[in-house]
Design a protein around this ligand. Structure first.
Ligand SMILES: C[S@@+](CC[C@H](N)C(=O)[O-])C[C@H]1O[C@@H](n2cnc3c(N)ncnc32)[C@H](O)[C@@H]1O
Length: 216
């Protein structure tokens, strides 16, 4: 057998044993549904993994593409030191405003900045030269990931890590015949990470999969 396939009982066990959600994050998810924001945030077990990762690497500077309602940004911000900072980019102004509100409620407004705009525009025009970053989290439109990788790579410090969510493409990542642009986007990104001469990468099967790569 190639590893242990996860099922709902195992995931529930993981989430119960290593909880990441408090009342604020649970309320954020409920308020997001009321506000018509889709439930496409990272899973709690991904959040726990990211917090362990950020604390273990002592990450102080993080960039995220794809804020949604601020769920992952708050999880990351909480795992960073007082002088740490997350800049997160969201195309949809209503989602960006919702996230800012949640970040204020979490008391993290000094640690997390939400920038409104397209990931490519903000990375090219506003964040160029703002590195070095310790961690980059890509979680926006899937066909854009390869370009995001090109844009964040020069912003990373040596030893910094780039991570892309949905590396398992909702279970379809191995479908070589897919014509779904989101799945194709993830296939292109995973391959770009695997073949990048300046990155050593691995696919971690947590949640819908995170392709993580360290900048060498
Ligand atoms: C999967 S959600 C992000 C989830 C968030 N990281 C979390 O776990 O809480 C993807 C978000 O990316 C945003 N998005 C999509 N395309 C984008 C783009 N080109 N630039 C910036 N944001 C984009 C969407 O509006 C959506 O809110």
């Amino acid at each position: 057998m190639k590893g242990t396939p996860l099922n709902d009982d195992i995931v529930d066990y993981m989430v119960d044993l290593f909880p990441v959600e408090d009342d604020l994050l649970r309320q954020l998810r409920e308020d997001a549904i009321t506000a018509g924001i889709p439930e496409i945030q990272i899973s709690p077990e991904q959040g726990a993994f990211m917090q362990v990762f950020l604390r273990s690497t002592g990450a102080r500077k993080v960039v995220e593409v794809g804020t949604l309602g601020g769920y992952s940004a708050i999880i990351m911000g909480r795992a960073m030191p007082e002088d740490g900072h997350v800049v997160t980019i969201e195309r949809d102004p209503l989602r960006a405003e919702f996230a800012r509100d949640q970040i204020r409620k979490a008391g993290l407004e000094k640690k997390i900045t939400v920038m409104t705009g397209s990931g490519i525009d903000v990375l090219e025009r506003e964040l160029a030269g703002t590195g070095p970053y310790d961690f980059a989290f890509l979680d926006a439109d899937k066909p854009g990931y390869v370009r995001y990788l090109e844009l964040v790579y020069p912003l990373m410090r040596k030893g910094g890590v780039i991570a892309g969510d949905n590396a398992l493409a909702w279970g379809n990542i191995a479908d070589a015949k897919t014509d779904d642009p989101d799945v194709q986007g993830m296939q292109a990104f995973n391959r770009a990470m695997a073949e990048h001469p300046g990155i050593q990468a691995s696919l971690v099967p947590v949640g819908d999969g995170m392709c993580i790569g360290v900048v060498m």
